[in-house]
Structures are given as C-alpha cells and as structure tokens.
Ligand binder design. Structure first.
Ligand code: KMH
Ligand code: ZN
Length: 309
C-alpha cells in the first residue's frame, strides 16, 4: 500500500451540461483556469475534455484542446490525461483525435461497452439554455457507449505504443477487469498500469461500498502487484467512495465531470473546492497527497517534457 494518495481531478467531462451548474468550465480559458487551481489544491493528474466555447457541447476538435493544454502545462507540474471517451455518440476517430494530436503522458481508455444512461437527469433539470442539452440527455435512453476489443486494441497501439501514452483504464463493471486481463495476457498492456474503478453510472456497477471492495479484491486476484487503482464515484457517491479508496490503500478521482456538488444539495463552486475537501479528508486520516513526481514514478509515465503540446 503506497503511503500517499494520487488525486485525479476531472475538470469538465461530457456528462453534465452547462445549464446544470454555472461553475462547470466550458471555454478553454475556464478549463485552463480551473485545472491550474485544482492542481495547486493537490490534484496530480488532470483529466481533460473540451467543449464548444459558444454552446458548451462536448467537442473532439484537437484545436480546442490546444487552446488550453499549453497553458496548463506552463502553469503546473500536474500530469495531463486526455479523454478518449469524448462525448456520448462521438465516433472512435473523433474520440481519439485530441490525444493522438497532443501525445499526452496519460489518456483514459474505456474497457467495455455499456449502456450509459444520463436521461434520468431530465427529471431534475427542466430548463436549458441551449437546444442540444435536452436531446443529449434524452438520447441516452437508447444509447450504448461502444468500447469493443477492436477499438480498445486500436487505442493501445495507436496511442499507447505510438506515443508512449499510458492509460487510465476506466472499468465500469467487474467484467471490464477481465477485458483488461485479456490485453495484459496478450502483452498489449504492460505493468505498471492504472485502473480507474467507475461506480454509479447508470449502466455500470452500482456505487455500493461492497462493490468497491469486490472490484479491489478481483483486481488483486487478476493482477497481483502489477497495477495502481483509483475510484471515481458518480454524483453523490463521489466523496464517500473516494474516502473508502483512501482507507483501502487506493487512489481517487474527483472533479465536476462526475459530480457537480460539494455536499448534499450544494453545488461545488469549482473543481478545486472538491480537491481541497478530499485532501482534507486524506490528511485527517493521517495520509498524504502524492505529488505529480510521485504519480509519474508510480505509474511509469514518460515525463511532462515528452508531450506534444
Ligand atoms: N466520466 C467518467 C464516468 C473518459 O473520459 O474516457 C468516465 C470518463 C471516460 O471520464
Ligand atoms: Zn472523462
């Protein structure tokens, strides 16, 4: 068990829409600013998506990412982790474009196809600023988030091998760990690797504490000491599961991508506010927050000077 906890912060994502919170970063300037302050608060890995600056719609365009990547790199030591999940409904080419263009130290890689239901949020939000928001949520009642063995292998080769990018393997259910084991056994994924348990997405495993313990146990059985793990809990499950992860010797992810709140019914005013809260919990438990240098060493990353931005 490592003696420090790696905090990942996921700045804006592609789940929440602008009308859900005035604090959700949309423009490149807002994304850069919130990422930098989150790093200053203790996040060692910054997981980044981009959005259309005018409408806030998830955007795959490498040119939009390039408006904030250099600013973040110049202002922090934090590891940049670019999404390959993109926005719901994007093609696999679009999903990979920004990471292939930027050659980051890390990128996300989703380890199995799932139903990805965000439509229940329509029960909570009725007024939207932009036309796209309602349909973006409604369409997920009949949406499968595609991550096949073919597309996973394509990313491992064209981003992992080709760019020296290492992955945040997003596992939404226990079967995804066995998909990962297939690629480890094939030699396409080499240790040390980084598993992100994703709990509480409608379509994936539920956010029960027993499920995190189950995933932790299953990963240990499959991978021994070849990996580091982290957990992201969606919505109200974010802080409880992050706290449980720290106690279990894991790492954790916070950020407005996966929860807009700082506590029950209270919107977080920034990503940094969530980082500060979980950092306080980690330190109250007598543990420390890992630095970007520690994260790079433990995850075997290529270094911030070997990226393409
Ligand atoms: N929003 C998380 C549940 C990705 O960007 O590749 C999953 C995620 C996927 O972050
Ligand atoms: Zn993401």
């Amino acid at each position: 068990m490592a003696d420090s906890v790696i905090i990942t912060c996921a700045i804006t994502g592609a789940i929440h829409t602008p009308s859900m919170s005035p604090h959700l970063p949309v423009t490149p300037a807002e994304i850069a600013e919130q990422a930098i302050v989150a790093a200053e608060a203790g996040a060692s890995i910054l997981h980044l998506h981009a959005r259309n600056p005018e409408t806030g719609e998830p955007a795959p365009d490498p040119a939009v990412f390039r408006q904030f990547l250099p600013v973040i790199k110049q202002s922090t030591e934090a590891v940049v982790n670019i999404t390959t999940g993109g926005g719901l409904g994007m093609s696999i080419e679009d999903r990979l474009a920004a990471a292939v263009d930027a050659s980051p130290e890390m990128a996300s890689l989703n380890m199995g196809s799932i139903n990805f239901g965000t439509f229940p949020m329509l029960e909570k939000y009725s007024k939207f600023k932009y036309d796209w928001e309602r349909e973006y949520l409604a369409r997920t009642v009949d949406f499968i988030f595609p991550n096949t063995f073919k597309t996973i292998e394509y990313a491992l080769k064209n981003l992992g091998d080709a760019h020296g990018t290492k992955f945040e393997f997003e596992c939404y259910d226990v079967g995804h760990l066995y998909n990962l084991a297939y690629f480890v056994d094939k030699g396409l994924v080499k240790p040390p690797f980084f598993i992100q348990f994703v709990l509480g997405i409608l379509g994936g495993i539920g956010a029960d504490p027993e499920n995190l313990a189950f995933l932790d146990r299953t990963a240990k059985k499959l991978f021994g000491d070849q990996y580091e793990w982290s957990v992201l809990g969606a919505g109200r499950h974010q802080m409880p599961l992050a706290t449980q992860a720290a106690l279990l010797g894991g790492n954790l992810r916070v950020g407005l991508e996966d929860s807009l709140y700082i506590s029950r019914g209270e919107l977080a005013v920034s990503n940094a506010q969530q980082v500060t809260k979980i950092r306080r919990i980690i330190e109250e438990l007598g543990m420390q927050v890992a630095s970007p240098a520690e994260a790079r060493a433990r995850l075997g990353l290529k270094g911030g000077d070997r990226v393409g931005f």
